[in-house]
Design a protein around this ligand. Structure first.
Ligand code: IPM
Ligand code: MN
Length: 352
């Protein structure tokens, strides 16, 4: 098969972890007789420096014409402490999500048996956790009307949702639940927010189309608590953009390292695959970052964008093997030998 993939390394550790995912993908392609054509493009601070824009039109053209996008990370500390900056790397990510119509962000959380002791949470609480968040990604407070009034002394951001936006995300949630344990949790704040009441009402109306799915409705504050107490009780969770942003960072603690969790963003056009971690600027250029979240994002890409399930399985298997044999970066080495980012990537590619 011909695989035409746009490669967006981005900022910080992005390029380093992306390099390892490329090695792994090339190894799997060789073994299964696929031909990958990588087209690299600029995003984030790297793009601002080069062309003054965090998601240039040329990058969009490359993404829109690709079969899938593999993305590293975005963000640079030089912009974080400057609230007056006119262009920010993160705007590139938001523009990309919007222009590619990536309304559904799939963020799985699972545990690795060999790493169960790495989580700060008690083993008996997290064992067997296998849940997935579907975070709405192109609407809500991230994209609502915002501004300043009163000579700059009052600021506002608004959260707006349409029924259609909720329906298309919820539909993916129901469908995903049908392929898993048939449980769906709608996370909202319907006791306070009107937009949440629209979410609840819309999801309730869809229940009859999926009679086998057991649907629950929970307030976001309660989910924040239950997620670390009884993560096992969840299967598929659907939620709006900001709640999903916050809860998926919280959920990553369950797996033991943010450097492990992959994600897929799906929608109307080309799908995008990226680790849930950020650009981790303190580690950039040090060859210490954990590449596994990006490698596992590539596995999601083979499965979701190309329907190549054996290839995805093989990638997950080699990742498990590296964890079992302790071929891990310093975030997971726990006092034992820590391998560099490139050593882990090389080992994975060789073992494929
Ligand atoms: C994420 C990130 C982004 C978000 C930032 C970098 C804009 O935190 O992908 O979760 O808030 O969506
Ligand atoms: Mn986030």
């Amino acid at each position: 098969m011909e695989l035409n993939i746009a490669l967006l390394p981005g900022d910080g550790i992005g390029p380093e972890v992306i390099d390892q995912a490329v090695k792994v993908c090339d190894a799997i392609a060789k073994k299964h007789n696929h031909n990958i054509r990588w087209t690299t493009a600029l995003t984030g601070a790297a793009a601002i420096d080069a062309v003054g824009e965090p998601y240039p039109d040329e990058t969009h053209e490359i993404c829109i014409n690709a079969d899938a996008v593999l993305f590293g990370a975005i963000g640079h500390p030089r912009f974080d402490n400057d609230p007056s900056a006119k262009v920010r790397p993160e705007q590139g990510l938001l523009k990309m999500r919007q222009k590619l119509g990536l309304f559904a962000n799939v963020r799985p959380t699972f545990t690795f048996p060999s790493l169960i002791d790495k989580s700060p949470l008690k083993q008996e609480r997290i064992e067997g956790t296998d849940l997935v968040f579907l975070r709405e990604l192109t609407s809500g407070i991230y994209f609502g009307k915002r501004g300043r009034e009163d000579d700059g002394n009052t600021a506002y951001d608004t959260c707006t949702y349409t029924r259609v936006e909720v329906q298309r995300l919820a539909k993916k949630g129901f469908e995903m639940a049908m392929t898993r344990n048939k449980k769906l949790c709608c996370v909202d704040k319907a006791n306070v927010l009107e937009s949440s009441r629209l979410w609840r009402e819309t999801v309730q109306a869809m229940e009859k189309d999926y009679p086998e799915v057991e649907v629950s409705y929970e307030f976001v504050d309660a989910v924040a608590m239950r997620l670390v107490q009884w993560p096992n009780s969840y299967d598929v969770l659907i939620t709006e953009n900001l709640f999903g942003d916050i809860l998926t960072d919280e959920a990553s603690v369950i797996s033991g390292s943010m450097g492990l969790m992959p994600s897929a963003s799906l929608g109307e056009k080309t799908a995008l695959f990226e680790p849930i971690h950020g650009s981790y600027p303190q580690a950039a250029g040090k060859n210490i970052a954990n590449p596994l979240a990006t490698v596992l994002s590539a596995a999601m890409m083979f499965e979701t964008a190309f329907g190549l399930n054996d290839e995805a399985k093989a990638i997950r298997a080699v990742v498990d093997k590296s964890l079992n044999e302790g071929i891990v970066t310093e975030d997971l080495s726990g006092g034992n030998k820590a391998y560099t980012t490139t050593e882990v990537g090389d080992w994975l590619a060789e073992n494929i």
